[in-house]
Design a protein around this ligand. Sequence first.
Ligand code: SF4
Length: 262
Amino acid sequence: MRRVGRALTRHAAGRHVCCTPTTAPWEDIITRYHLLSESNYKADKSADLVGWLTGTLQLAPGRLSGYEVCFDRGHCYPTCVFYAGRGGFDSTKQARIRRTKLLHENPDAFYHLLSEDLAKLSRAAEKLGLEPCCRPNCFSDVPWEERMPQLFTEWPGIQFYDYTKSAERTDLFAGNSDWPANYHLTYSWSEKSKPRVVAKWMDRGVSVAIPMRENRQLPPALEGRPIVDGDQHDAIFLHPPGSVLVLKPKGLARTARTEFIP
Ligand code: SF4
């Protein structure tokens, strides 16, 4: 929350308060989410660089909670970014597992709490002069368009976005007029990617993210496309359609020898 914190400070300065309040006027709005997390490093950059306030939903990947949430995972799982940073703390891991269990065991309660959070996110963004966006699959690949399609119709003012390793979801996003207009997907390259299929998606405007070590070559299927630094900020829906988002490997993936990272 460091960078957004600075935006908040600027916001307070702009209100010409005559004395320093003991409780900041936005605290109730922005720091008490039920399910969303306030921010992370890349999402903070989205606020500072491109004016988007991000709420992230952090579940527990794979089957860690007892419920599968990454249906197309492969070699990414042992080095998932879930384990990086605060993910190393047991309290963080347990909170993510609890959220994932709630989604599966009481989806109505989950949706109710998420709706309250999205209302808070919208209000906070408005106060800060930012646009609200939400990434519901930080460490998961839940097909929200099937699971909770009401998210997109009941929150038309929020831009949702995710990465996905699912060919099926990418295919629907690429060519389906029924796909929610405010839900953007970026396909995430993996050892299962089929170059000819990926090229067709890119021709239809789908961007592809790929983690790459320094001085490595892109897979031939991705050559000749616009390349952007995917670590610049997290508002990935702003990148030109059909781009390659090059990411630095994070956490355990930095040193792991794995087929899905060139
Ligand atoms: S990288 Fe994505 S698909 Fe793979 S385990 Fe992590 S969250 Fe799931």
